[in-house]
Design a protein around this ligand. Structure first.
Ligand code: DAH
Length: 339
């Protein structure tokens, strides 16, 4: 038995040291220490030995068992640490590698223009208001002094849903709604979509406007000029000059059109301003007393000014876009330039 113990003790060392993985090591554990293992068998065999031999043989077997247990546990630690090293090596992440350029979105030029236009007025204390795109004829036309037979509501221009409902043709409808609900002082801008039967390089059946309205005591044309001049400088550049030209709108009296000095040639005359040095930007005027009265505001006490800006037109001017239709085609090669 002693020989056998020695033989196991000698061979077991290399066997355990050669175990290449935890499965192999586990097999060895079973082979020696398991219920039917070799060392277990030795212990079982003790009962057949003489009482004189037993204590010393028992000691040897126990020493062998301890040796095997220790070797296995040491080998386990080595294998685990090797495994960790391998994982660290294989699953290494190189944080210094450059990342692939991923697609980052950006705002549409119309959204950029709209934000800038709104910001210019919010900076002057205007409040943002919105209204419905499917609008009553009453607010889109009648309250704004555009009677049923007015040429601007010709069936060729306006999308009618029925006799009394239209797709709003102008954000001016929000003016009428606001004046009806709120008491002056009123100072609002109303950005939003409007619809007209129109389709060419500078017109689209759907486009956007920003309506502005101020109603208070003693508001006059000079206030309008000052406000729009400030706006033009903010939106088109500090050295922009403005001028009014007489115009006509049923809801303002007097009515004007605002020109800004050409920001491309600084007024010398170029292709953008068609050689005139001036660019037409928006319509405006002093709110017609008839409109104030229609909306329940006393024109003897209050007065106001209003203006309407085309957002597409402003974006085209500012970003040098020659054809309005490009804005709606959403070709990413075009849109990327404004990211
Ligand atoms: N609603 C006009 C249009 O669509 C623009 C406009 C002009 C609005 C004068 C106004 C204004 O508020 O006072 O052409």
């Amino acid at each position: 038995m002693l020989e056998k113990i020695k033989a196991i003790s000698e061979s077991v060392k290399n066997k355990i040291a050669d175990a290449k993985g935890s499965a192999e090591l586990n097999d060895l554990k079973v082979k020696y220490l398991g219920r039917n293992g070799e060392i277990t068998a030795l212990l079982k065999g003790l009962k057949n030995c003489s009482p004189e031999e037993k204590p010393s043989l028992g000691k040897h077997i126990n020493a062998l068992r301890e040796q095997v247990e220790r070797l296995i546990s040491e080998r386990e630690q080595i294998l685990a640490s090797n495994e960790l090293d391998r994982k660290l090596q294989e699953e290494k992440i190189d944080v210094t590698l450059s990342v692939r350029d991923s697609a980052v979105g950006g705002l549409h030029p119309l959204t950029l223009a709209r934000n800038e236009l709104v910001d210019a007025f919010v900076g002057m204390g205007f409040e943002v208001k919105e209204g419905p795109e499917i609008e009553l004829d009453f607010y889109n036309f009648q309250q704004l002094n555009i009677p049923k037979d007015h040429p601007s509501r010709d069936a060729q221009d306006t999308f009618y849903v029925d006799d009394n409902i239209v797709l709003r043709t102008q954000t001016s409808a929000v003016q009428a709604r606001t004046m009806e609900k709120e008491k002056p002082p009123i100072r609002i801008v109303c950005p939003g979509k409007v619809y007209r039967l129109d389709d060419d390089a500078t017109h689209s059946p759907m486009f956007q406007q920003i309506e502005g309205l101020v109603v208070d005591k003693g508001v006059n044309l000079c206030d309008l000029k000052g406000t729009l001049d400030e706006f033009a400088k903010k939106f088109f550049g500090e050295d922009t000059r403005t001028r009014f030209r007489p115009s006509y709108f049923p809801f303002t009296e007097p009515s004007v059109e605002l020109d800004v000095s050409c920001f491309m040639c600084k007024g010398k005359g170029c292709r953008l301003c068609k050689g005139t040095g001036w660019i037409e930007v928006l319509g405006a005027g002093v709110v017609n007393p008839i409109v104030l009265k229609n909306c329940g505001i006393d024109p003897a006490e209050y007065s106001g000014f209003a203006f309407g800006i085309g957002i597409e037109r402003c974006a085209m001017l500012k970003y040098g876009i020659p054809d309005m239709r490009i804005l709606f085609e959403n070709d990413v090669r075009f849109l990327r330039q404004y990211r």
